[in-house]
Design a binder for this molecule. Structure first.
Ligand code: PLP
Length: 354
């Protein structure tokens, strides 16, 4: 580290890491950009926060997928902007519904490669519809790419920035994170923003945390440039696939047949959908007390159409820990489902009186 490095204070972050991302991380998603456009952030959440601060205030309307990320909702909520929940079907988020309900929205937050948590991909027709809407209306599309190139099998879908659509490069922000590929506590990610937004985004960064710690950024840049990243990703994909298949087989064996796990193609996350009478938040809390961390599906769902379920991932746990967790979870789900299927006491008594 030189004395110049010690004074480093570009609000976009360390140049060597921004270059390494463009050379070795973004190409897997078909993204081409200039180093000027790259901001280092503290994970994807800080990228979302940056977009919120730079683009939104209380008079704006925005939309996102539902179910979707709870943390994203919280960040938009802090700006006071209105956030519409748009349903997701097997072709991804219903862009037609969003355009009908929120044609004048300032920002759309989407995860086209892998909607959280369903894992569905946004179809090409809808991607083009989304970009055309944004170009025509001067809106911004924030692509939150939680998974990045981490697909347990198959190649990841290209990012929106890989599409050759007139005007798309001026309206798409791509947000990536190292939380899944390395680890969440690293708190590093990146945002690739259109050239016209570089200055306003830099002003926001300069007014907040400015930049992640330099030594951490420099170390990650070296890790990527020295080829460790590529090797690590190959091994991680293999390990994720193996762990996922282990857990899925165990869950298929142990879960009640009414609640099989839904496993998106290539995904490292999956969902156990539950009947509407099961309180998924209470079940998640009970599981956490027994050392199994899951996310309730209803947390990020639309209020009017809450879907119940548990979102699971395999992380970096050992096989033994994963098998144990699958057993604990299956037992808890079986109990919750069978308790809910018993007629309530009052109902039974009322029926027996007739
Ligand atoms: C749905 C969802 N929300 C939030 C996060 C956390 O984001 P980060 O650690 O990148 O800020 C992730 C991480 O992958 C995620 O998948």
């Amino acid at each position: 580290m030189t004395s110049a490095d010690a004074l480093h204070d570009d609000p976009r972050g360390e140049i060597s890491l921004r270059r390494a991302i463009l050379r070795h991380v973004a190409p897997a998603r078909g993204i081409r950009a200039t180093v000027e456009q790259v901001f280092i952030t503290e994970g994807s959440q800080s990228g979302i926060d940056l977009c919120c601060r730079a683009l939104l205030d209380a008079k704006h309307m925005t939309w996102t997928e539902a179910p979707g990320s709870v943390a994203l909702r919280a960040a938009v909520g802090m700006t006071g902007a209105k956030l519409l929940s748009i349903p997701v079907d097997p072709d991804g988020v219903r862009v037609d519904v969003a355009i009908r309900r929120a044609a004048g929205a300032r920002v759309a937050f989407v995860s086209p490669a892998y909607a959280f948590p369903s894992g569905v991909q946004l179809s090409l027709a809808r991607r083009l519809q989304l970009l055309d809407w944004a170009v025509t209306n001067g809106a911004t599309v924030v692509e939150v790419d939680y998974e990045g190139e981490l697909r347990a099998d198959g190649a990841p879908a290209p990012a929106l920035l890989a599409l050759d659509r007139v005007g798309a490069r001026e309206c798409v922000i791509h947000i990536g994170t190292f939380s899944r590929s390395l680890f969440p506590a690293l708190r590093l990610g990146f945002a690739i923003v259109p050239a016209a937004l570089v200055r306003p985004f830099a002003r926001v960064r300069a007014a907040s945390t400015r930049s992640a710690p330099y030594p951490l950024q420099a170390a990650l840049a070296d890790f990527i440039e020295d080829g460790h990243w590529a090797r690590h990703m190959r091994r991680l994909k293999q390990a994720t696939r193996r762990r996922r298949d282990l857990v899925i087989a165990e869950l298929r064996r142990l879960l009640p047949k009414e609640t099989p796990p839904s496993v998106p193609a290539g995904g490292a996350l999956f969902t156990v959908h539950l009947p509407p009478f099961v309180d998924d938040r209470a079940l998640a809390t009970a599981l956490a007390e027994r050392g199994v961390d899951v996310l309730p599906l209803s947390l990020g769902a639309r209020r009017r159409a809450p879907t119940r379920g548990l979102i699971l991932g395999v992380g970096a746990h050992t096989d033994a820990a994963l098998l144990h967790a699958a057993g604990v979870l299956s037992h808890a789900v079986r109990e919750a489902v069978s308790a809910g299927m018993q007629p309530a006491r009052g109902v039974r008594r009322a029926r027996s009186r007739h």
